[in-house]
Design a protein around this ligand. Structure first.
Ligand code: EPS
Length: 398
């Protein structure tokens, strides 16, 4: 099975990710991982660090001559900010001269300090920071490469920033990611994108932050990933956990969950049709069946059904404000105050969309490996292809 583990603090020496369970023979280059890391830095509204910091990556292990060996893949991403932080973040014994005692409301600061018995919020915030998502995206680039071997493409686009929403019927296809990334806010609807930029400028002016929603869509997912048989094997459950683990994400919706809750059953589900007599690329992954609509977001009973897998991911406004106004308490004096000031982004929703792509890719790649197995990429692909051929030949229930 696919597993990954990250290590690293936001202003530490660097991040490391180890990805275990990839089959041998997957083509991997530093450039391809670097391209995904570059995409995560996109988006109007990010702070100055995104401009001056580069993600310097090194493939430490698991890749030889441009392909995986089946051993753990380790990637290091150096923090080019490190020289400015060597003292403050030094691993050597010592104490800080600048402890942060005024936790930010909405951040991990206070519960983290209480739980781990710290009096300096930096001991929590360094790891809680979304800098860690760079390591995840490196892992996600590998997952995406594996999914590409079986024709699965994962895309994302921003559908809401603050109160500005894109037109609901504007949805990128599998080949539209460059167009999304060309938008300043990674929004597929150009007129909404303009309003989103204006919304970010207005929030920046008053030192405030903005949340929003990104939609993630996986095309070409074969029917049969995930399972109805156990709570912890349901694909929607796995996606929910993965998405909610992204820093500042508070909600996940699969398909039209919220809208569907207000409809009657006769209008909330997706009628089934048989199109296997005239196979098309759209029916290959679903064994010849299609759904007339995709309100379920490609998942029924915790199992992918062959339609695009669709998740909407909601991010709260960042808890770090350029003009802290929310009341907090100094943990030493217990006096009312406002939080310490920390450099921040106005919004990171466009980048969160890329991280959500990563998490969707890691979940789908893990489930595809569970279903198809294979120690080499060829074996993995062969198992996938023969499964689909058996479905398309026989149809469900025979
Ligand atoms: C972050 C705050 C900012 C972001 C950082 C996440 O960092 P700094 O305070 O050093 O400017 O730039 O994100 C990244 C460095 C990154 O690579 O995404 C936070 O508090 O989460």
């Amino acid at each position: 099975m696919l597993r990954f583990l990250t290590a690293g603090e936001s202003h530490g020496k660097g991040l490391v990710v180890i990805v275990e369970g990839l089959p041998a023979g997957l083509q991997v280059t530093a450039e391809m991982i670097g391209a995904e890391l570059g995409r995560r830095r996109l988006g109007f509204g990010r702070g100055p660090r995104m401009r001056f910091e580069a993600d310097e990556l090194t493939l430490l292990a698991g890749v030889r001559h441009g392909r995986t060996l089946g051993s753990p893949v380790a990637v290091e991403i150096a923090n080019t900010e490190w020289p400015k932080w060597t003292e403050e973040m030094s691993p050597a014994p010592g104490v800080t001269s600048k402890p942060l005692h005024q936790p930010r409301p909405g951040h991990a600061d206070l519960p983290g300090m209480q739980k781990y018995a710290f009096s300096d919020a930096r001991d929590v915030l360094e790891r809680a920071s979304a800098r860690e998502t760079a390591a995840r995206v490196a892992a996600g680039a590998l997952a995406k490469a594996l999914l590409a071997e079986i024709g699965v493409t994962v895309v994302s686009h921003v559908v809401q920033i603050g109160s500005v929403c894109s037109a609901r019927d504007e949805r990128p296809g599998p080949d539209d990611l460059d167009q999304v990334d060309a938008s300043e806010v990674r929004c597929f609807d150009p007129s909404a994108a303009e309003s989103m930029v204006a919304e970010i400028k207005a929030a920046a002016k008053v030192g405030d932050s903005l949340g929003g929603v990104a939609e993630v869509i996986a095309y070409g997912v074969p029917v049969g990933l995930g399972s109805h048989v156990h709570w912890d094997r349901k694909l929607d459950g796995l996606l929910g956990q993965a998405m909610l683990s992204i820093q500042a994400v508070k909600g996940v919706e699969i398909g039209e969950a919220t809208e569907g809750a207000a409809r009657r059953g006769s209008e909330a589900h997706d009628a089934i049709s048989w199109e296997g007599d005239a196979p098309s690329p759209d029916t290959t992954s679903s064994g010849g069946y299609r759904r007339q609509t995709n309100r379920s977001g490609g998942i029924e009973g915790g199992i992918s059904n062959g339609e695009p897998v669709l998740a909407r991911v909601a991010m709260k406004p960042l808890a770090t404000l350029n003009r802290p106004v929310l009341k907090t308490v100094d943990v030493v004096t217990k006096q009312e105050t406002v939080s310490f000031k920390e450099r921040t982004d106005v919004t990171a929703v466009p980048a969160m969309g890329v991280v959500a792509e990563t998490m969707m890719s890691l979940v789908l790649a893990g489930e595809a490996l569970r279903k198809f197995g294979g120690d080499s990429v060829e074996e993995f692909r062969r198992n996938h292809d023969s499964y689909l051929a058996s479905l398309n030949g026989a149809g469900a229930g025979t």
